[in-house]
Design a protein around this ligand. Structure first.
Ligand SMILES: [Zn+2]
Length: 182
């Protein structure tokens, strides 16, 4: 009987094998298209033997689309599985890592401690002492908290978002976290 580890190893190999054509393509792309085209294009993926390539402008997409047959011939000499077509488009040209960063940016409204725009976060008085900073923040938060539910652990007014997320206030949640990790 095969162990789960054996099966996982086989799956892992298959996965590597499947991504290989695109890795191979990336390696030979600049060489096949030349340095000028290479700087204005970025291969994105191979799906059903169709290569998607992002271009820096619509004009590049158009020119390369016209010349794609000879490009296909050159590429297919280097690839383990032949491509049937190439699609050029300006979509996806923007740096994907920048896009990812923008998506990850969390609005302060989404933070469980968010109470409203009139309450600013501490930080006006920078201090290197974490405990002092934390104490200041706690004071600020508590002095500004009105008509809020109470934390079941320390009985201080707590933003509902914090109770929803941690069942206690952020201060108690942080203390628990520190205890767990020390
Ligand atoms: Zn608490």
């Amino acid at each position: 009987m095969k162990s789960i580890n054996d099966i996982l190893r086989v799956l892992e190999k298959q996965e590597k094998w499947q991504e290989q054509p695109f890795q191979r393509l990336l390696k030979c792309w600049a060489e096949v298209v030349g340095p000028v085209v290479a700087t204005n294009t970025r291969p994105l993926s191979i799906q059903r033997d169709v290569l998607s390539v992002a271009t820096s402008s619509a004009a590049w997409a158009q020119n390369l689309t016209f010349g794609r047959t000879s490009l296909l011939l050159k590429l297919n000499k280097k690839l383990p599985a032949p491509l049937v077509d190439i699609r050029f488009s300006t979509a996806g040209w923007q740096n994907p890592s920048v896009e990812r960063k923008q998506q990850q940016t969390v609005s302060p409204h989404d933070h469980p401690s968010y109470l409203g725009d009139e309450i600013s976060r501490p930080g006006a008085t920078p201090t290197k002492d974490v405990n002092t900073a934390f104490g200041n923040w706690t004071k600020i938060m508590r002095s500004r908290s009105h008509n809020l539910p109470l934390c079941p652990q320390c009985q201080s007014p707590t933003p509902p978002g914090e109770l929803q997320r941690w069942q206690v206030c952020s201060v108690c949640a942080a203390k628990q976290f520190v205890k767990q990790n020390s």
